[in-house]
Write a protein that binds this ligand. Structure first.
Ligand SMILES: Cc1ncc(COP(=O)(O)O)c(C=O)c1O
Length: 387
């Protein structure tokens, strides 16, 4: 059976160049970067070079990039670390958007038990945080605003420049989850008004289990993990040197091909949408299509027009060898409609009748044609079965 992977926002395969770069550090050069002997120094050198290479691509200084285990840890560190550091000065208000990843949402909820006051900003139907709401929410007690750079479900890119400027004017720190935007959008912290950014390697053809946090010099942030003095005491634990080397190579590759890859993905997405819309003109497209990641296409079926279950669509696609994701998540054993789609004003049933296609480096026109045809067939058969 033909297999088509259209779930690149969930994870990506390791790029062959990344694997090659990592190989040495998974075999002969296995030293602990904290050891002072030759093996350790070799590892340390590779680690610091990787840090420098990632920093260069985001306009940061090498000592503003801290390696960790991935996006979830980075989001946890950003919110908890900034909150704990600010709490001493009496600032306990944290602001996030309603469409954040669970790593931010759950952490923000947890901060309430540590004394935080939490404000969750609404979004409009395209998934954009309203600037007016952000401006109104920020007050004298606010220590942090966290708004993701680009959304993982619908691809909408947020106005971080404006949101950051609003916060900066009030002396409030800004965190942005850039897990989905790193390597897909240019990021330059010299002009972007942010203090903390979260990254993950496995979304950009790097290895799983490694990520990084950008922390602007001078930002007060407590560390989550205690133990050794690694990562300038900001993240204890033996460093994943091979992971860091792979991560740096992955970042470089993404930015090397960005100018051609971005429009290529955008065109493929457009073709996918056009093929599906031809058969289903009433299709709802989620997100801000004019300002979104080029590789994400999230579509729903309006519940007032068609009765469809997203998970039945996913299973049907899987049976045809196409990997995509639905607009719901399994939380505590029950299927929940996506909080992102609900925040964007979709009703529960429409949110559940959603499929996200996320294209990637290996996606071809032929695959898009196959996936579109499979999707249209699956929709018709699921609809017929549910009638
Ligand atoms: C926007 C966003 N933030 C955070 C994460 C978590 O990253 P990781 O899988 O590296 O923990 C993801 C991954 O799904 C994501 O899409």
């Amino acid at each position: 059976m033909k297999r088509v992977y259209l779930d690149h926002s969930a994870t990506t395969p390791l790029a062959p160049e990344v694997f090659e770069a990592m190989r040495l550090f998974l075999t002969e050069a296995f030293g602990n970067a904290s050891s002072i002997h030759g093996f350790g120094r070799e590892a340390k050198r590779a680690l610091e070079e990787s840090r420098e290479r990632i920093a260069r691509h985001i306009g940061a200084s090498f000592d503003e990039v801290y390696f960790n285990s991935g996006g979830t840890e980075s989001d946890n560190h950003a919110l908890t670390g900034v909150f704990l550091a600010a709490r001493e000065s009496g600032k306990n208000h944290v602001v996030i958007s309603a469409i954040e990843h669970h790593a931010v949402l759950e952490t923000a909820e947890h901060l309430k038990s540590l004394g935080a006051r939490l404000t969750v900003l609404p979004v409009d139907r395209l998934g954009r945080v309203a600037l007016a709401a952000a401006g109104k929410a920020l007050d004298a007690d606010t220590c942090l605003i966290s708004v993701m750079h680009a959304n993982n479900e619908v691809g909408t890119i947020q106005a971080i420049e404006e949101i950051g400027a609003l916060a900066r004017a009030k002396g409030i720190l800004v965190h942005s989850d850039a897990v989905q935007s790193l390597g897909k959008l240019p990021i330059d912290v010299r002009s972007l008004p942010v203090d903390v950014l979260s990254f993950s390697a496995h979304k950009i053809y790097g290895p799983k289990g490694i990520g990084a946090t950008y922390i602007r010099k001078g930002t007060k942030i407590e560390s989550l993990l205690r133990g050794g003095a690694q990562e300038s005491k900001r993240r204890a634990g033996t460093e994943n040197v091979a992971g860091a080397v792979g991560f740096a190579r992955a970042v470089e590759l993404c930015y090397t091909i960005l100018e051609t890859e971005s429009p290529r993905l955008g065109n493929l997405r457009q073709e996918l949408l056009a093929r599906i819309q031809k058969q289903f003109p009433d299709l709802v497209v989620n997100g801000d299509f004019t300002h979104s990641l080029p590789n994400i296409l999230s579509v729903s079926f309006d519940s007032s027009l068609r009765k469809l279950d997203g998970d039945a669509l996913i299973m049907g696609m899987d049976l045809r060898g196409v990997a995509v994701t639905s607009g719901s998540a399994c939380t505590s054993g029950s299927l929940q409609a996506s909080h992102v789609l609900l925040a964007m004003g979709r009703d529960m049933q429409t949110a559940r009748a959603t499929v996200r296609f996320s294209l990637g480096r290996s996606t071809t026109r032929e695959e898009i044609a196959y996936a579109a045809e499979a999707f249209c067939d699956v929709v018709k058969s699921v609809e017929a079965a549910q009638r």
